[in-house]
Ligand binder design. Structure first.
Ligand code: UDP
Ligand code: MG
Length: 345
């Protein structure tokens, strides 16, 4: 445990934004106020709000430029194209890694209750390197989201993946946790699965979720299923084993059936029936294709990982150094500017 934890840590709030022009102004204003009042007593004046523009196509970047010019609290980096929520979070955390004592990640719509941040910080100062935000209830989510999320957590548990239930991407990570997170080089990034595997001292804070009032959800069904598939395939190979078990069960069942049919052919009445034959052929055909699909999913992801392509490019940064603002064109170990084709999912 870290005994020398700073009393007023440098806190970076990392906020991914994808086409958030509608809500960004309110978000920034709320946070500015919060830093000026509640957080003022708790964190260093070098603390920042770091927005990550995840390749927005609207005026998000323009708003971030204005925010950065108007207040040293606000910084921003821009990804060259839309890489998805997890990658945007990761890019922001990596940007903050060497400057912050701890980061808290939160969504741009501020659906998560910001008033619990002092609790995050308290646990950090008590020595926690990871503090999970755990949602109290999902009553603000629609029926589908609530139902699918619950099912997903159940399924992940069945597949042997260690997830902290109802913890989303509202959490605090210490500089040490960020350092360790930086070691994960996979492009199939499922941060909420990785964080528990760090094995650092962790705590939890419960928070309420509000309805999204600023703009609309940027998590399309496609992005949601992509995230779900990423989570499963990057942490469990049990689906492949399930295929094998299924194959064995079907083989055993059909063997019994064959013996039965042969027996009937010699000693009883031969089994007739085109229908039963057709149904079983179609059924097994379906099972085969599902199995192939699952195997293919793993092979495809192995292929994508094997390329070791850069995961994102930062095309612009708006930072503050010693109170002055600096802007450069590109940064970090991702200094090339070519776009990478998005992985198929
Ligand atoms: N987001 C992102 N890239 C994307 C999709 C979403 O950076 O491709 C951000 C978005 O701007 C928001 C956060 O991820 O800050 C969560 O998205 P959203 O609130 O739309 O998801 P929901 O709360 O509906 O699950
Ligand atoms: Mg939201």
């Amino acid at each position: 445990m870290d005994q020398t934890r700073a009393h007023h840590p440098v806190l970076y709030l990392v906020i991914p934004c994808y086409n958030e022009e509608q809500g960004l102004g309110v978000c920034a204003e709320t946070l500015r106020e919060y830093f000026r009042t509640t957080l003022r007593e708790l964190v260093s004046p070098d603390s920042r709000v770091l927005f990550v523009d995840d390749g927005s196509t609207d005026n998000t970047w323009g708003i971030l430029q204005a925010l950065h010019a108007g207040d040293t609290l606000f910084e921003a980096v821009r990804l060259s194209r839309n890489r998805g929520h997890q990658m945007a979070l990761y890019a922001g955390m990596m940007e903050a890694k060497d400057k912050a004592d701890c980061v808290i990640t939160i969504d741009a719509d501020l659906q998560q209750d910001i008033r619990v941040m002092p609790q995050f910080l308290a646990q950090y100062s008590e020595g926690c390197d990871v503090v999970y935000g755990i949602r109290n209830s999902r009553k603000t989510d629609g029926f589908f989201k609530r139902w699918s999320a619950t099912l997903y957590y159940k399924m992940m548990r069945f597949l042997g993946v260690d997830l902290v239930e109802q913890s989303a991407d509202y959490r605090l990570l210490s500089a040490q946790a960020l350092e360790e997170l930086a070691e994960y080089r996979e492009s199939n990034l499922f941060i909420r699965g990785i964080v528990p595997t760090l094995g650092l001292k962790s705590g939890a804070v419960h928070f309420d979720v509000r309805e999204r009032t600023l703009g609309t959800s940027k998590y399309t069904l496609r992005k949601m299923t992509g995230l779900a598939a990423d989570g499963i395939t990057s942490f469990s190979i049990r689906p492949l084993r399930i295929i094998m078990v299924l194959g064995i069960l079907i083989s055993v069942a059909s063997l019994i059936k064959i013996i039965h049919a042969v027996w009937e052919a010699y000693f009883g009445t031969p089994i007739s029936g085109w229908a039963s034959l057709t149904v079983s052929i179609w059924f097994l055909g379906g099972v085969n294709f599902i199995a192939l699909g699952i195997i293919g999913e793993y092979i495809g992801r192995t292929y994508m990982e094997s390329k070791k392509r850069p995961r994102y490019f930062i095309s612009d940064t708006l930072l503050h150094a010693g109170g002055e603002s600096v802007t450069h064109d590109s940064a970090g170990d991702n200094a090339q500017k070519d776009a990478v084709p998005e992985k198929e999912s």
